[in-house]
Design a protein around this ligand. Structure first.
Ligand SMILES: NC(=O)c1ccc[n+]([C@@H]2O[C@H](COP(=O)([O-])OP(=O)(O)OC[C@H]3O[C@@H](n4cnc5c(N)ncnc54)[C@H](O)[C@@H]3O)[C@@H](O)[C@H]2O)c1
Length: 299
């Protein structure tokens, strides 16, 4: 089948493209190349359109003959979102509404990237999908606005599934958003200690990018028409623990270094994945240590 992948030159979108190719589908990539990497695409046999998701008419023309849309394109840097709020709203919210409008017109299913950032600082972990949504940074707010739009269009009979990714890691991460693993690796490769912002007690749920791509395809192929689903491993790891595992994998004799905490950084994040497992029939497969050693040896 022919599937659109917006943001297909980026980290997660590109992994969806690769998974679609493996499964003999035909991906069509739309990406402005604002942050993605053209080499992610040029090395693959796929149709590519360098188009901005804010351009409704161009997107409509590309999408109209497809069988479904994976929507990954977004601005993804939490720190940057504080200083460029309007641009974040334009791309992440208005751009996403373009996708939903076009899906409605051509009766296409959309599986799109929401985020665990919609929860903000949760009252308890693991976080179930029906927990309160209180994002604590402008990026997270755009993701919540997308969810409101998804709810509105879903009521209008458009099939939209929002996947709330937790901390995605793997090869080829381009953005600085949630890039703690990439940043630690980059420092360790230079023989430097991982740099921890804050106390290091922050908890994160790390999920391997190939597992995320498979969750997207499971959602597209399922009979489920609407809803939001957590995509994480369901395991909480502290940033300090992560740094220690990565130092150990590097074989270096180092201790982590600490810096002042970042604004808008969530304290604890861990997915309750029971709904995703029972409804979408998806569960993570890559253990953190194994995933880390894989990317360590490939970078
Ligand atoms: N990486 C994570 O841990 C994580 C966690 C939660 C949610 N998400 C969401 O997953 C999606 C993919 O994230 P990623 O980590 O692959 O980021 P990424 O920055 O690597 O990929 C985003 C892609 O979107 C493209 N893009 C940006 N603005 C565009 C525009 N106006 N028009 C067309 N293309 C545009 C970029 O060029 C890039 O290739 C995003 O929606 C992000 O918010 C990511």
């Amino acid at each position: 089948m022919k599937f659109i992948v917006t943001g297909g030159a980026g980290f997660i979108g590109n992994n969806i493209v690769r998974q679609l190719l493996k499964q003999k589908h035909t991906p069509i990539v739309i990406d402005s190349l604002y942050r993605g990497n053209i080499e992610n695409i040029s090395s693959l046999d796929v149709e590519f359109h360098k188009v901005d998701i804010r351009d409704f008419n161009q997107i409509r023309d590309i999408v109209k003959n497809s069988d479904g849309i994976f929507h990954e394109a977004a601005l993804t840097d939490v720190q940057e979102s504080f200083t460029r709020q309007q641009e974040y709203i334009d791309v992440n919210v208005k751009g996403t509404e373009n996708i939903f409008r076009i899906a409605k017109e051509f009766d296409l299913k959309v599986v799109y990237a929401s985020s665990s950032s919609v929860y903000g600082n949760p009252k308890k972990i693991p976080i179930a999908e029906n927990s309160e949504r209180h994002p604590i940074n402008p990026y997270g707010k755009t993701k919540l606005d997308d969810e409101f739009l998804a709810e509105k269009y879903s009521k209008d009979k458009v099939s939209i599934i929002g996947l709330r990714y937790f901390n995605v890691y793997g090869m080829g991460q381009t953005g600085s958003y949630a890039g703690v693993i990439t940043k630690f690796i980059n420092r360790l490769k230079q023989g430097k200690s991982p740099l921890i912002f804050g106390s290091g007690t922050q908890l994160r749920d790390f999920i391997f990018v190939e597992d995320v791509a498979l969750a997207n395809i499971a959602a597209m192929q399922s009979n489920v028409k609407n809803g939001f689903f957590n995509v994480g491993a369901g395991i909480a790891t502290s940033i300090e623990q992560l740094a220690k595992i990565m130092i150990e994998l590097s074989g270096l004799k180092l201790e982590p270094e600490y810096e002042k905490a970042l604004d808008g950084d969530v304290q604890s994040s861990q997915a309750d994945t029971s709904l995703t497992e029972s409804i979408l029939k998806w569960k993570y497969s890559m253990e953190l240590r194994e995933g880390l050693s894989k990317i360590f040896h490939l970078t």
